[in-house]
Design a protein around this ligand. Structure first.
Ligand SMILES: [Zn+2]
Length: 456
């Protein structure tokens, strides 16, 4: 194939062509820890997996995508580390499994609202315990793991000489006492070793029997167990947020490669951080935006998708309300252009394919559409065909007919009052009423003859 998708590989620090086996590309994407709704920064990472999948499909390849659900073993990074699911379930006073199922459902709903295609499989960590036991037993047998003085099973980082190649962290440069070092006292042989199986001690919920005693799995072993089980010993693309690069992906790589004896993952793809209104998006900084808040603000959830696509996935991006609002308006304009032609047959477009194949250059693709939109030499039908083809990757529902929400009676009445105020040149009253209309979600445009309105 002349033209195929290349992606930036974090490990080799260069663009690599995505490989396939007999036309099938196998992708693993680290999924959510389901103890709260994913914020839109998390959703940007899940969108990355979707863009890769849709682009490969546009290239005629088949994709198998597996995304795990972490519902046990992901610990907080505080001194007193705690399972994120268990601490939230204590706060919400619900059973930890019900809590996990609740946020898992919200996760799936959010993906659907963003037109993120379903993965082929969403294995849950809590239902993959036996797989993890098999892996841990094998790592012990191969001397890549040992039982610490506290009875927990640890991975022996020094037994994997290639450790650190994804993040550029070298074992001998890792100082003890950083946040990668869980608080296991002196039970580990080396500070960068990590737990594969933790002994329950005082914990009574979300624990399982094991050959090493009752306990629960470490977070990193989950992803090795699920990716190897459902995708096999070769994974063409591994996707995740940049914050998972270390230690999560380093540890996952060490575990998986120690089992397979080879470079299991051919390409490591990472999505960059998202800022919101200029600040890091994080719960602790109290600067988190949820998709539900975007919808409550009166915006099409796909305006978030468009706002993301206007930025390269591996560039840090600052999301703002004004960018969301602008994307919302663009979507409406594009749908008005495309909708009358939504059933035309759409030919392949080499320029679109080439653009997206170059490390998912969505900003260039969007600007291509913007210039086509303004191009007087093209017919509307030609423009619509281009937009519809690009939409196979962009996923913005450009063929959709905008359903205009009817005006509630009181808002219609306010519009009428404002029309009268304008006719009477009562500008003060007209401005007052305008503010009321805007707070009801309307955009008002005054012309010499009349006032026009649309929903925001
Ligand atoms: Zn993972």
């Amino acid at each position: 194939m002349l033209n195929r998708l290349s992606l930036y590989d974090t490990k080799s620090r260069q663009n690599l062509e995505v490989q396939d086996e007999d036309g099938l590309v196998k992708i693993y994407c680290c999924g959510p820890t389901v103890y709260r709704p994913a914020h839109v920064g998390n959703l940007r990472t899940f969108l990355l997996a979707d863009l890769i999948k849709k682009t490969l499909e546009l290239n005629g390849l088949a994709v198998k995508l597996v995304q795990n659900i972490t519902d046990v073993g992901h610990m907080t990074e505080d001194v007193e580390e705690e399972d994120k699911i268990l601490s939230q379930s204590a706060l919400e006073k619900v059973d930890p499994f019900s809590l996990a199922r609740k946020y898992e459902l919200i996760f799936h709903n959010d993906l659907a609202l963003l037109n993120i295609a379903k993965a082929d499989l969403y294995p849950r960590a809590s239902e993959s315990i036996a797989l993890m036991h098999e892996l841990i037993a094998e790592l012990l047998k191969k001397n890549h793991a040992y039982i610490g003085s506290d009875g927990c099973v640890y991975f022996d980082a020094k037994s994997f000489p290639n450790y650190g190649q994804v993040s550029g962290n070298r074992l001998d440069a890792l100082k003890p006492g950083h946040r990668y070092e869980y608080t296991e006292g002196g039970a580990k042989r080396f500070h960068a070793d990590w737990a594969l199986w933790k002994i329950a001690t005082h914990r009574t919920e979300m624990i399982w029997d094991s050959p090493w005693g009752s306990g629960f799995p470490g977070w990193h072993i989950e992803c090795s167990a699920m990716s190897l089980e459902y995708l096999g010993k070769r994974i063409d693309v591994h996707v995740g947020g940049i914050d998972l690069r270390f230690p999560h992906h380093e540890n996952e790589r060490a575990q998986s490669d120690a089992i397979t004896g080879t470079d299991t993952v051919l390409l490591w793809s990472h999505g960059e951080h998202l800022l919101f209104e200029g600040r890091k998006m994080s719960k602790s900084a109290n600067n988190v935006l949820l998709l539900s808040e975007v919808i409550e603000g009166g915006y099409d959830p796909l305006s978030i998708r468009l706002a993301f696509l206007e930025n390269r996935y591996r560039m840090q991006m600052d999301l703002t309300w004004s960018a969301i609002s602008a994307a919302h308006t663009t979507l409406k304009r594009w749908r008005a252009l495309v909708n009358p032609y939504r059933n035309i047959s759409v030919a392949n477009n080499a320029e679109v394919l080439e653009t997206i194949n170059k490390d998912l250059d969505t900003p260039r693709l969007i600007s291509l559409l913007r210039s086509a939109e303004k191009d007087m030499s093209r017919t509307s039908e030609e423009k619509a065909a281009l937009f519809l083809y690009a939409d196979k990757v962009l996923g913005l529902d450009l063929g959709r007919q905008e359903i205009i929400k009817p005006l509630p009676n009181d808002v219609a009445e306010t519009l009428k009052q404002r029309e009268i105020a304008r006719r009477e040149k009562n500008w003060e009253e007209s401005d007052r009423l305008r503010k009321i209309l805007e707070s009801n979600g309307l955009i008002i445009k005054d012309t010499a003859a009349t006032q026009e309105w649309e929903w925001r």
